[in-house]
Ligand binder design. Sequence first.
Ligand code: ATP
Length: 452
Amino acid sequence: MKMEQIVNFCKNYGFIFPGSEIYGGLANTWDYGPLGVELKNNIKKAWWQKFITENDNSYGLDAAIFMNPEVWKASGHISSFTDPLIDCKDCKTRHRADHLIEGFTDEVIPDKMTDEEMVKYITDNKIPCPNCGKCNYTDIREFNLMFETSRGVVKDSTSKVYLRPETAQGEFVNFLNVQRTMRTKIPFGIGQIGKAFRNEITPGNFTFRTIEFEQMEHQLFCKEGSDSTFYKEYKEKAWNFLLNLGINEKNIQFHDHDKLSHYAKEACDIEYNFPFGFSELWGTHNRTNYDLSRHQEYSKKSMEYLDPETGEKYIPYVIESSVGCDRLALALLCDAYNEEKLENDTREVLKLHPYLAPYKVAILPLVKKYHSEKAKELYKKLTKHFVSIYDETGSIGKRYRREDAIGTPLCITIDDNTEKEGTVTIRDRDTMKQEIVKLEDIEEYINKRISL
Ligand code: ATP
């Protein structure tokens, strides 16, 4: 399947539109349409349920996007959150040097190379510019990915603030607030869902890489010694969560990092087989006590936890689980999209887990003239409990096809028997089989079919 197909599908059915399209767009921005926003809401609900509500001793947070700039000094983002950029002198396009090398060979790992080594490799091997095909580049410039803006009336350096490039720092700076107010003990977790911003200049592969995106991050605070056990647990938790959402196991793989950041003890990604190949979807990292120690150093506030039983004081280790909601939505869309050959034609069908489907149920009068009144009555009732859609236009076959394409798991058809016998037919998206169900049993029927 090609990415272009998914992009067109999302645009045509109201999932995702190009950002500011009528003005020619803005690179790497996308707007979620009526169906896309429902899908994302369902993903976030499922994540929150698994990582906060059901998760032992875990608490939610909604931290501010703007943080004191000292946070980003302590976290290392100001000094080292950079991409190695290189410009083509001929066509003036800008590229990531590491991506040029990765696209050219598997034999070297750009993450392990210095900027000078990368430039040498690119010129020695005459790696062509993806835009014009020439090999005439500038030197590498390290480009910071954080967006900055200024607050207040006077634009000077003291008023510079950053749009957060990750949500995790909110958890770190609130670690003791949550521990104290929830009167909790280690191990405990804090998680949040929120927007993050990165000045990504390279082509984004649709919503895979955008300049603003939503992260779903969870930090588990634990004692050194128990960290590796929790690291394994969170790796598996992420994997099982994806399977539970219906992702095809063949399309995901673990990638354990060989080269670790200086603070990380263990790190891995779950990669998804996107149309452009296996790429990072979800990271799990054992970050040791690096983040809290740095905040202690920069803020001069103690980040120590006092164990009430032993009286011991220590800075906890952190296991971080981090996934982009948008990247996960893209993976789920790619995974669910099918063109199914039927006897006489093909149908587009989006086999999303019913829990994730934008509409749970479509209410369709068989013949508009005779059945629409009863159908509207049922729609009014169901829409209080389920995100539902009412459609009376076109043949019933065409309406089924449209619902298949947008992933609606159940179609309820109102016909003469609804009035006479108090029944409806419910059609299943995947099997296309129909069942007769009594009006009073519909809600229970739907509930059984859509739970996670
Ligand atoms: P990449 O190597 O793809 O740039 P990363 O390693 O920088 O990603 P993290 O900082 O670990 O990513 O962010 C955690 C998660 O947030 C990623 O696994 C991904 O799902 C998501 N994410 C990161 N950057 C973007 C982006 N620009 N657009 C959409 N999602 C993103």
